[in-house]
Write a protein that binds this ligand. Sequence first.
Ligand SMILES: Cc1cc2nc3c(=O)[nH]c(=O)nc-3n(C[C@H](O)[C@H](O)[C@H](O)COP(=O)(O)O)c2cc1C
Length: 363
Amino acid sequence: MGTSPYHPIYDITKTFEENLALGPNPNYKATVKAPLSKKTYSLLGYKVKSPFGAAASPTGADSRYIKAMFDSGYDIVTSKTRRSVYYRPNSFPNIVHIVPGKILKNHNFKELPDRTTASSSDYATLTIANSYGNNSLDPRYWVPDAQKANAEVGKGQLLITSIVGTIQPGFTTEDYYQDFATTALLAKQSGAKVIEINFSCPNVMNEGVLCYDPLAVRAVCQLVRQTVGNTPLIAKIGYFPQPEQLLLEAVATAAAPYVNAISGINTFAAPVYDEAGNQALPGKGRLRAGLSGHAIKDLGLDMTKRLVTIREQKGYKYEVIGVGGVLTPKDFKDYRSAGADAVMSATGALWNPNLANQIKKTL
Ligand SMILES: Cc1cc2nc3c(=O)[nH]c(=O)nc-3n(C[C@H](O)[C@H](O)[C@H](O)COP(=O)(O)O)c2cc1C
């Protein structure tokens, strides 16, 4: 990396477990200073120093990573998604760079070619594909660790705990939905101020992607709400192609009575090949991986606009958290102009310790 300011907090050439054992990259430190400001922004009833943060990803791997993010000026940090049971990651490698190229246009899916890998990617067009399978640490580790992380949150900062349900042997659909609530309760017991329900991981074969099923979204949101009382809830969803507008409206309608915010988008699933034309990520069911970063910015922005419009048209109250391809202050501004109440970055945040403070300089 030489003198590059880009020091990923997480080493993609190592496994998740190796990264966890090593802890956050010590070179991941903001060198850009945030201007002094007393201004605050409101998100989900909390005051934050900026309406920008780190979306769920390895930047929230555990309390040490979360602290490194807060220390670098990210005022909102989301934990990696947690489960009620240990869940191992898909086999290594889990992240590959994607050939930098044009942004995926939201209107024309013919422009969605198969993606091929590259050995590296310039920050300006940084695009990656990941496939972890929504792995989770054992609750015997993550619950006490989250207690520590929640206790360390400073003034004007917000830590969001992301959760998902897990299909376990013998589970019915109802058991599966109930497990979201069980996991949310663990999060609440760890001191979570805000809980994000991950409805949108594209990399788990048997669990599917629940966000495209309004009945499932309603059932899970209702169960979680009953279980956590008035803790603010976020529903995290994936991209809905424009012909699926009615489905998006149905999902927003299903979630709106129970959640305080809708966040999107998660990664965008696409086939990923290596330079030789072979499946890039090894193993059954792993041809498709989740794209994130520069290439998906238009998709995320499109969803922010549509979620804001649905809220206005139907009189809903949810806040909108815009995610997808935010690598620069301009990307942040585009999301804010589209109506996002807060903006989050995963890929940009993983690579760029200065992004939060660069954005704060423009506020
Ligand atoms: C390596 C990696 C791991 C991720 N893990 C999670 C996760 O555990 N839970 C979740 O809801 N989203 C997860 N995401 C999705 C991000 O939160 C985000 O929605 C997506 O990457 C799009 O934002 P971006 O373009 O800024 O990366 C992950 C993304 C990446 C790149």
